[in-house]
Design a protein around this ligand. Structure first.
Ligand code: ARG
Ligand code: ZN
Length: 497
């Protein structure tokens, strides 16, 4: 679904971006002049119009559903190379948002072998010139699967696109060189795709503005477990292979999808509030990592109640945590099933759970808006620590403000950190400090209205920093331009606001 366009307030912005990128990227030659109302077929843009990642997402299409049928062979034991094999079929339901004679999906590092559109074979390419560099400065890799449907797709037409694809899996990295996407591990894979790593494991409109529902059938060697988003709908073993089926009916930004494979033990229960939980903990986690993880996971129900008070009812059909014995060096708020490296600590678990509301239900409209995710999730972590009788949010705020003014921490423009600055400490900690300072500025009543209304208004959709500023002004009746200028749009340590 094109969530940016589901909201009247954003329609203008989204359409402008779409048009701009369509004009820049489509081949003008395919558009023939016609009478008004006649089809004018052209190619969909190669990107959703996000300035940080111009090839992420796609123009001219709006995906409703991904059905991913994956067969995965993990690496052989060491010293065999750390490479897996993926053989897959993606069935994608989408709608044309313009008259299309061609459209793209994002696909990187894997090869498509067959494409049909509404049952008819379509020609397709993965051109070398439509590439991205991950990390920055490395060899560019093709990032676009260009599909030519016949018959052409008229605006508003829905299409079922079936893509057979596959290849060797390794350890893809993001623009900074940090592992993401389908990260092959010795006992499976850790799958964590923020910001635009979904293209490393399925053909996708890889941008938060195109949320969709998902179903998964993940077939892995018997004994391994594949854990995806949503509900577990079954597992079936045939010969030496087990297929794990998952249903994720909540709208989801593609970067939040996972299909993590490992030696997991599943634990299922329902919280007092009635939310079904499925945790997956790697059987090889032992010692303090195991005791820490167990203690953290035992708090899930309490944490969910706490954040439901802050933001409103938990927004999805299920929750749970995946704790792998392998490490990405970070955790990710994969929707309904947060993913942890080696262990789950209490603070990180609170952070990832809070992302359900801030990040997942409400997602950034452009990657420049990432502080809306990380600042709020970090502030949520502060609130949970205070609730548990540890440091207060005020103390956490003072700790940030104790960073010397000449520290490079303060050099970041929080609302525009650049594509290599998405996960800088300032996005998290100055972002959280911004929230705390705002709370003091507008008072408890307006702050509570803000947290609830933010999630209510932009649930299942995306929002910008400007939307956030406007809502803060709306709920408080205060003029906050100077405040947000200092905290979000200007580098340098805030001294007065
Ligand atoms: N959103 C994650 C968190 O803060 C961090 C993801 C980092 N991803 C990356 N590609 N470096 O919980
Ligand atoms: Zn986070």
């Amino acid at each position: 679904m094109d969530v940016a366009r589901r909201r009247g307030a954003h329609a203008a912005l989204a359409t402008t971006a779409l048009l701009a990128s369509a004009l820049a990227l489509s081949s003008a030659a395919t558009a023939a002049p016609g009478k008004p109302g006649e089809p004018r077929y052209s190619a969909g843009a190669a990107g959703a119009g996000d300035p940080y990642f111009p090839r992420a997402g796609n123009g001219g299409i709006d995906v409703q559903h991904y059905d991913l049928d994956l067969r995965y062979t993990p690496p052989a034991p060491a010293p065999a190379p750390l490479e897996g094999r993926l053989e897959a079929v993606a069935t994608i339901d989408l709608t044309a948002t313009q008259d299309l004679d061609q459209f793209n999906l994002d696909l990187r590092g894997l090869t498509a072998t067959s494409v049909t559109v509404n049952g008819k074979p379509a020609s397709f390419t993965q051109p070398g010139d439509l590439a991205v560099e991950r990390p920055e400065g490395s060899t560019p890799q093709p990032n676009e699967l260009v599909i030519t449907p016949r018959p052409k797709l008229k605006e508003g037409r829905s299409a079922e696109v079936v893509i057979e694809y596959g290849g060797t899996t390794r350890q893809p990295v993001d623009i900074e060189g940090v592992p993401y996407g389908w990260v092959t591990t010795r006992d499976g894979a850790m799958v964590a795709s923020e910001p635009e790593g979904s293209a490393t494991w399925f053909p996708v409109s890889d941008h938060p503005t195109d949320k969709a529902t998902f179903t998964f059938d993940v077939t892995v060697p018997k004994g391994l477990v594949a854990v995806a988003n949503g509900d577990l709908t079954g597992n079936a073993t045939t010969g030496n292979w087990t297929t794990w089926s998952w249903d994720a009916p909540d709208l989801m930004a593609p970067y939040l999808a996972t299909a993590t494979v490992g030696n997991f033990e599943l634990t299922e229960y329902t919280t007092k509030a009635g939310v079904p939980i499925i945790d997956a903990v790697d059987r090889d986690i032992a010692g303090t990592n195991r005791t820490t993880t167990n203690a953290t996971l035992a708090l899930t129900g309490k944490m969910m109640e706490f954040f439901a008070d802050v933001y409103g009812e938990y927004p999805f059909i299920a929750y749970g945590s995946i704790v792998d014995d392998d490490s990405l060096g970070y955790a990710l708020e994969t929707q309904t099933r947060s993913l942890f490296s080696r262990r789950a600590t209490e603070g990180t678990a609170a952070h990832e759970l809070a992302h359900s509301w801030v990040g997942n239900a409400v997602s950034p409209q452009r990657w420049a808006d990432i502080w809306l995710n990380e600042g709020w999730a970090t502030y949520s972590e502060w609130l949970w620590a205070e609730h548990r009788g540890r440091a207060t949010a005020q103390t956490a705020f003072e700790n940030v403000m104790a960073i010397p003014a000449d520290d490079e921490f303060w050099d970041v423009v929080v609302a525009d950190p650049g594509p290599t600055g998405l996960f800088l400490a300032a996005i998290y900690d100055r972002g959280a400090a911004t929230v705390h300072a705002l709370r003091a500025e507008i008072g408890e009543k307006a702050f509570s209205r803000l947290t609830h209304e933010w999630v209510d208004r932009y649930d299942d959709a995306t929002a910008t920093t400007a939307d956030f500023e406007a809502l803060a002004e709306e709920v408080s009746g205060q003029e906050l331009t100077a405040f947000f200028d200092v905290w979000l749009h200007t580098p340098g340590k805030p001294t007065a606001w």
